[in-house]
Ligand binder design. Structure first.
Ligand SMILES: *[C@@H]1O[C@H](CO)[C@@H](O)[C@H](O)[C@H]1NC(C)=O
Ligand SMILES: *[C@@H]1O[C@H](CO)[C@@H](O)[C@H](O)[C@H]1NC(C)=O
Ligand SMILES: *[C@@H]1O[C@H](CO)[C@@H](O)[C@H](O)[C@H]1NC(C)=O
Length: 310
């Protein structure tokens, strides 16, 4: 089922601001859904036309109680959400992964629900290059996922999401009492290219729940922004986890590429903190990750959060 009201699909980015707030308020980790560390940028006064990062995801949990997602996401917080995602489900066999491996697939979330490229297995020490590129038609976004070392194609997806992307950020998303990350994640050489220079874009950077970064710099007068490293700790400590509130999100059911059609798909409730750095942030946004074939009945929570501007 796809419950995707307008509010329920609000994209998620700029996690940094809300997570510290949640921790400071004494929020305990009592909700089903929680968040690991994050680093985000936005909104830019311009718009993003290209973004590249190389994600080293760390070993996936050997067993999975819920669903765990790692991603760099890009959006304007109300429109389509571009989000290539590392996924850990109770079984990751749908993409051919073995114990300790992730499945990666390019995905986009919008009013249409969730659309995905095919999934591929990824090992913890793999370097996964994730590029989001706006084509010269100024409308089509191409997600290209490759092994940065071998060049092997892992997933891709193209969709006419339009020239509206203003924020970019990482997420470590723990749904349905997930088994959290057991290793740190690293995003290397994250490079965001804007349409026009925005010398203040770097000022919008925000971190949450123990994530750190090094080497924030810009070139071409503020048109190209680079973060040398983003480090997200494993979710083993309280400081590395923030509970989420409010609206739901869900990742769409991955359908095994080597198998026929899923008999049933289900939504998975998730919540995404969506505070925008530098923006008034009072709500959470949502998306829904659909479960893969064979996943049963994680009923999505309907979202009611307010959207963020960033
Ligand atoms: C956000 O993106 C959507 C398209 O996904 C667009 O319709 C909307 O106008 C954009 N909002 C802003 C504030 O740019
Ligand atoms: C994109 O993925 C499809 C499978 O979904 C594959 O057939 C195609 O070769 C890929 N394209 C690129 C450029 O990797
Ligand atoms: C960093 O990424 C950019 C954009 O993909 C690329 O042009 C550059 O060569 C990379 N630098 C390093 C040191 O890998």
């Amino acid at each position: 089922m796809q419950v995707l009201s307008t509010l329920a699909i609000l994209p998620t980015l700029a996690l940094g601001a809300v997570l510290p707030a949640a921790l400071q308020s004494g929020t305990k980790i009592i909700k089903r859904d929680s968040w690991g560390g994050s680093v985000s940028l936005g909104p830019t006064k311009s718009d993003i036309i290209n973004a590249v990062t190389t994600l080293i995801p760390g070993t996936a949990p050997s067993t999975q109680n819920g669903e765990l997602f790692l991603w760099p996401g890009m959006s304007n917080s109300t429109g389509d959400l571009i989000q290539t995602t590392m996924e850990s489900w109770a079984s990751n066999a749908w993409c051919g992964a073995t114990t300790g491996q992730w499945c990666v697939r390019a995905s986009i979330f919008g009013s249409f629900g969730q659309l995905d490229g095919t999934g591929s297995p990824v090992s913890g020490d793999d370097q996964v290059r994730i590029e989001y590129n706006l084509l010269s038609d100024d409308n089509t976004w191409v997600q290209t996922v490759t092994n940065a070392v071998t060049g092997a194609a892992l997933s891709n997806y193209s969709y006419p999401a339009g020239p509206y992307m203003t924020g970019y950020g990482t997420g470590t998303e723990c749904d349905d009492d997930c088994t959290g990350t057991v290793a740190a994640q690293f995003y290397l050489n994250t490079t965001i290219t804007l349409r026009e220079a925005d010398t203040t874009f770097g000022d919008t950077i925000a971190t949450g729940a123990g994530a750190t970064y090094t080497g924030l710099s810009s070139s071409e007068g503020g048109k190209v922004w680079t973060i040398a490293t983003i480090s997200v700790p494993a979710m083993g400590s309280e400081t590395a986890v923030a509970s989420s509130t409010s609206t739901a999100t869900a990742h769409a059911t991955p359908v095994a590429t080597t198998v026929a059609v899923a008999e049933e798909s289900s939504t998975v409730a998730t919540s995404i903190p969506a505070a925008a750095s530098g923006a008034a942030s009072s709500g959470q946004q949502s998306q829904q990750h659909q479960g893969h074939q064979g996943q049963k009945g994680h009923q999505g929570q309907s979202g009611s959060g307010e959207q963020e501007c960033f």
